[in-house]
Design a protein around this ligand. Structure first.
Ligand SMILES: C[S@@+](CC[C@H](N)C(=O)[O-])C[C@H]1O[C@@H](n2cnc3c(N)ncnc32)[C@H](O)[C@@H]1O
Length: 207
């Protein structure tokens, strides 16, 4: 782990470090508002903007890189956003080991690293075991929202969630049809003229 960041209540490193328990994040926020989880927040534009605009929703951001984690933690603390918490850790580990069942309303994953080299493909976040974990943590009717500029990873994202019996596709857009998002990488990729792929999958009701 990186050095502790003195951002007070915004950060949740202690939670992410404890792989032996899963947490109901409602207790962390102290209210019953819906919780949205963003994995790989980068500079946090999506998280901060949404937390500012939708104060009736709680947001948890996960970021591996200390530099970005610290930047976003400082921004959230400066704005005094009561509805933001951050975890500096590996996204797959956080979802698998620290998030309680049936506690998340929306899972956001925007422009995750595509790991294009064939020997690195196994490092991609969106793989069948991830979809299983997403189904576990999401509420019935909860959404996974995905974006990428990488055609091969886009295909993998779609195939993984279409193949998971607990999800149904609800939105798919490619290129000019894809709604414009606010993340740094999306802005950068659009400026480069890259084709953006967006998907949403809904968690089917548990029986
Ligand atoms: C390409 S950037 C996209 C950032 C942001 N979502 C955006 O669209 O601007 C990928 C981000 O995921 C973070 N990341 C990569 N692997 C990760 C992991 N295993 N766990 C958590 N964050 C990770 C990187 O540090 C980086 O900030």
């Amino acid at each position: 782990m990186g050095a502790a960041v003195d951002i007070g209540p915004v950060t949740l490193e202690a939670i992410a470090n404890d792989a032996t328990r899963r947490y109901d994040l409602r207790a962390v926020f102290g209210n019953d508002r819906p919780i949205e989880l963003e994995l790989g927040i980068g500079k946090g534009r999506f998280l901060i903007q949404n937390a500012t605009d939708r104060q009736d929703v709680n947001f948890v951001g996960v970021e591996w890189a200390s530099r970005y984690y610290r930047l976003v933690a400082e921004r959230a603390a400066k704005r005094g956003l009561p509805n933001v918490r951050l975890i500096r850790d590996d996204a797959a580990h956080v979802v698998r080991d620290t998030i309680a069942d049936d506690t998340i309303a929306v899972l956001h994953v925007y422009f995750p690293d595509p790991w294009p080299k064939s020997r690195h493909l196994k490092r991609r976040l969106i793989q069948p075991p991830f979809a299983r974990q997403a189904a576990r943590v999401l509420h019935d009717g909860g959404l996974v929202k995905l974006g990428t500029d990488h055609p091969d990873y886009a295909q993998q994202m779609e195939e993984v969630f279409l193949a998971d019996a607990d999800f149904e596709p609800v939105f798919r857009a490619v290129g000019p049809e894809a709604p414009v998002g606010v993340t740094n990488w999306e802005t950068k990729f659009r400026a480069q003229g890259r084709t953006i792929h967006k998907f949403e999958f809904r968690r089917k009701p548990r029986r």
